[in-house]
Design a protein around this ligand. Structure first.
Ligand SMILES: Cc1cc2nc3c(=O)[nH]c(=O)nc-3n(C[C@H](O)[C@H](O)[C@H](O)COP(=O)(O)OP(=O)(O)OC[C@H]3O[C@@H](n4cnc5c(N)ncnc54)[C@H](O)[C@@H]3O)c2cc1C
Length: 438
C-alpha cells in the first residue's frame, strides 16, 4: 500500500446497476458498502413467471451476500436509505448515518398510478417478488373461488382478468395468463370451465409495445390474439374499482386487475437535490455524476440521460448494467488520476416475450417474430440469470412446461380473499346491475 487512505464508496441498491458497480469496484483498493432494502437481487425480467406460477421466487432471485461472497472489500447492509446529506457526504438510514467519499445511487423505479395511489390495492403492479406472489395469489384464487361458487350450484362467475398497460410487462402477463386458463388449468376443475376466462389487455396508446417498430408491435398483437387475449388499444382507463375498470362512460367487470401502465423513479432521486424529469429520474451529467457533485453518481432506471443519437437511454437491464460498470470505472479513473469517460449506451437488441413460442426481437435492422424470437429471448434470459444452479433449474422447468403446459409453482399463500369477489357475487345475484361490457 502507498499509505493513502482507502476511499469509501457507498452504493444504494443491489439491482442490476448497483450490483455491477460493486463487482467492478471490488477489484480496486476501495472500501464498498452495498445497501439494499431487501436481502436479495431480483432478476426482474422473469418476475412474470413467478406471478404466473411458472417459476418459484428462489429461481429468479439470489441473496446479495452470496453473490458478492469472497469479495473482502464489499460490506453488505440490509436497510432502507431515507435521505442524503450531500454537503457532509452522508447516507441516512433509520438508525445510522454512513459517510462516503463516493456515492452511487441505483435505487431503480416503481409503479406509477398517475396520481391515483388509491388504485394500487385494487390493481397491483409487478416490480418485486412480493408483488409477483400477490398477483399469483389473486389469479389462482379467482379460479378456486369460482369453482367453489359453481360447485354450490350458483353458476359460473364470468372470470375477466384485466391487464392495464400494453408495454412488455402487460404483454407477457396477458399472454401467459391466457395459456394458464386455456391449457394449464383447462382440465383440472369439475364445476367451471377455465377456458371461458377472458384475458383483456387495455392500452391507452394506438399500439402495444410502443418502444418497438410498428411491424413488431403488430406482430405482437397478432400473436397475443392467437393466444386468446383480447387486445384493446387507444383505450384509456379512467377509473379502477374493486371489481371493474372504467374507461370513460364504459365499465368492464374484472375479477383480477393488474397494473402495468406506468413507471416512476425511486423517491430517493428527488432527495439528491438535482434536477429530475417528470418521472422523477435524475438528469445526470454524461459521466453519470450529478450537477455540482462529482462524487455522486446515479445509474439505471433512476437516471435520465440521452445517448449519442439523442434518444433517452431506455429503462432496461443492459442499460443499468452498463451504467453501473461505467460509474465504477469513473471512480477508478479518478483514483488513478485519469480523466473520466462519458457514458455511451451499447444497444445489443431488444426482446419481448408474449407466451409459449411467441415473442418479438429487434437486433438493429433485423426484426424477428414467433418461435425464433422466443428461443433467443429464452437463451438470453437464462444466460443472464445469476447462479449456474438457477440457470439449470430454469432451463429444465421451461423445457418441462413447454411440452406439458404444466405450471409447477401453483401455490396460493396468504389470505383467501379477493377485493373483487363480494361485488362479483352481488352482480351474479342481481344480473340487472351488471356493467355494460362485462
Ligand atoms: C416486471 C419487469 C420486467 C422487466 N423485463 C425486462 C426485460 O425483459 N428486459 C430488460 O432489459 N429489462 C426488463 N425490465 C427492466 C429492468 O429490470 C430494469 O431496467 C432494471 O432492473 C433497472 O436496474 P436498476 O439497478 O436501475 O434498478 P433495480 O434493478 O430495480 O434495483 C434497484 C434496487 O434498489 C433497491 N432499493 C430501492 N430503494 C431503496 C432504498 N430506499 N434503500 C435501499 N435499497 C433500495 C431495491 O430493493 C432494488 O434491489 C423489467 C422490469 C420489470 C419490473
Amino acid at each position: 500500500m502507498n499509505g493513502k487512505p482507502v476511499p469509501q464508496a457507498v452504493i444504494v441498491g443491489a439491482g442490476f446497476g448497483g450490483l455491477n458497480a460493486a463487482l467492478r469496484l471490488a477489484h480496486y483498493p476501495v472500501r464498498i458498502t452495498l445497501i439494499d432494502r431487501t436481502n436479495h437481487h431480483t432478476f426482474q425480467p422473469l418476475l412474470y413467471q413467478v406471478a404466473t406460477a411458472g417459476l418459484s421466487p428462489g429461481e429468479i432471485a439470489a441473496p446479495i451476500r452470496w453473490i458478492v461472497r469472497g469479495r473482502r472489500n464489499i460490506e453488505v447492509l440490509l436497510g432502507e436509505v431515507q435521505d442524503f446529506d450531500l454537503e457532509r457526504r452522508l447516507v441516512k438510514l433509520p438508525d445510522r448515518e454512513l459517510p462516503y467519499d463516493y456515492l452511487i445511487v441505483a435505487a431503480g423505479a416503481s409503479h406509477a398510478y398517475f396520481g391515483h395511489d388509491e388504485w394500487e390495492p385494487l390493481a397491483p403492479g409487478l416490480k418485486t417478488i412480493e408483488d409477483a406472489l400477490e398477483i399469483r395469489r389473486r389469479v389462482l384464487l379467482a379460479f378456486e373461488l369460482a369453482e367453489r361458487q359453481a360447485a354450490s350450484g350458483l353458476g359460473q362467475v364470468q372470470l375477466n382478468f384485466v391487464i392495464v398497460g400494453g408495454g412488455p410487462t402487460g404483454v407477457e402477463l396477458a399472454g401467459t395468463l391466457s395459456e394458464i386458463a386455456r391449457r394449464a388449468l383447462a382440465d383440472e376443475f369439475d364445476s367451471i370451465d377455465p377456458k371461458r376466462t377472458r384475458i383483456i389487455l387495455l392500452e391507452g396508446g394506438p399500439r402495444i409495445l410502443p418502444a418497438y417498430p410498428e411491424d413488431l408491435s403488430r406482430s405482437a398483437e397478432e400473436q397475443l390474439r392467437g393466444l386468446g387475449v383480447e387486445v384493446h388499444t387507444s383505450t384509456m382507463v379512467t377509473g379502477v374499482e374493486p371489481a371493474a375498470v372504467r374507461m370513460g362512460a364504459t365499465s368492464l367487470s374484472a375479477v383480477v386487475i393488474l397494473w402495468a401502465a406506468g413507471v416512476a423513479a425511486s423517491p430517493l432521486g428527488r432527495k439528491l437535490g438535482a434536477p429530475v424529469d417528470r418521472a422523477g429520474r435524475v438528469l445526470v451529467n454524461p459521466d453519470l455524476s450529478i450537477p455540482g457533485h462529482r462524487e455522486v453518481f446515479v445509474t439505471g432506471d433512476l437516471a435520465a440521460l440521452k445517448d449519442a443519437s439523442g434518444q433517452m437511454v431506455p429503462g432496461v437491464a443492459p442499460a443499468a448494467i452498463q451504467q453501473g460498470k461505467a460509474a465504477a470505472s469513473n471512480i477508478v479513473r479518478d483514483l488513478e488520476g485519469k480523466p473520466r469517460k462519458d457514458f455511451h449506451y451499447l444497444n445489443k437488441g431488444s426482446l419481448a416475450t408474449i407466451g409459449r413460442a411467441a415473442a418479438i426481437a429487434q437486433f438493429g435492422k433485423i426484426h424477428i417474430s414467433g418461435f425464433i424470437a422466443w428461443l433467443s429471448w429464452l437463451f438470453v434470459h437464462i444466460f443472464f440469470l445469476i447462479g449456474f444452479r438457477n440457470r439449470l433449474i430454469v432451463l429444465i422447468q421451461w423445457a418441462w412446461s413447454y411440452f406439458t403446459y404444466e405450471r409447477g409453482a401453483r401455490l396460493i399463500t396468504g389470505d383467501q380473499t379477493l377485493p373483487s369477489w363480494p361485488y362479483l357475487q352481488q352482480q351474479e345475484s342481481s344480473p340487472g346491475k351488471r356493467t355494460k361490457t362485462g
